[in-house]
Design a binder for this molecule. Structure first.
Ligand SMILES: Cc1cc2nc3c(=O)[nH]c(=O)nc-3n(C[C@H](O)[C@H](O)[C@H](O)COP(=O)(O)O)c2cc1C
Length: 181
């Protein structure tokens, strides 16, 4: 049975939800999947896996330092296995796909990693998880963007398109199956 590592970094939890959703799809393809949060002390080593997926979210225009450091540290192992990166942001929720692509381009420059596949997924607007100041700052940013992202700060919004995430996971599984033949 092929083994896959799905490793992610999250602030408010949306990337974790996406990582676990992907893991379930991969398991449905008979793959043995380990899901790992980079906040956990036992950092997984990608060598020994037949495929590796890394996920991270965008805050303040950048991917989390944890995910950048992890990729830099494990570059050789990542380059040697079928790999994918998924980036979670509001920009990918439709208001500016070029901005979302730009975040990934900068991530690739920072890390030197060229993942085999890239997924851009809309994230959430976790107003209720933010403190008072951040909540209103976020609302102001959202109002300045095109599109109709939510501005009711008394609730959270989720813009992840799960069908797209499913397709991404299915394509990754198909690629692994092909490589194993
Ligand atoms: C404080 C804060 C800053 C953010 N900055 C950006 C940003 O610069 N660009 C963007 O596209 N999305 C931004 N977002 C949206 C996040 O990428 C989105 O909420 C995502 O779902 C977070 O994923 P996580 O919960 O896994 O950390 C921001 C969200 C918060 C709360």
């Amino acid at each position: 049975m092929s083994k896959v590592l799905v490793v992610y970094s999250t602030h408010e939890g949306q990337t974790a939800k996406i990582a676990h959703f992907i893991a379930e799809i991969l398991r449905g393809h008979g793959l043995e999947v380990t899901v790992s949060d980079l906040k956990d002390p036992a950092e997984p080593v990608p060598s020994g896996y037949d495929g590796v997926m890394v996920g991270g979210s965008v805050h303040g225009g950048k991917h989390d330092k944890r995910v950048v450091d992890y990729v830099r540290k494990n570059l050789d192992a990542l380059a040697g296995a079928p790999s994918a990166f998924f980036s979670v942001s509001l920009a990918a929720a439709g208001h500016d796909i070029e901005e979302a692509e730009g975040h990934v381009e900068r991530f690739e420059e920072q890390t030197g990693w060229r993942p085999g596949r890239i997924g851009l997924f809309g994230g959430g607007l976790p107003y209720t998880h933010l403190n008072f100041v951040m909540r209103y700052m976020m609302k102001k940013i959202v109002q300045s963007k095109p599109g109709d992202l939510g501005t009711d700060v008394s609730r959270d919004y989720v813009y992840t398109e799960w069908d797209g995430v499913r397709q991404f996971a299915e394509d990754f599984a198909a690629g692994l199956e092909k490589a194993a033949r």
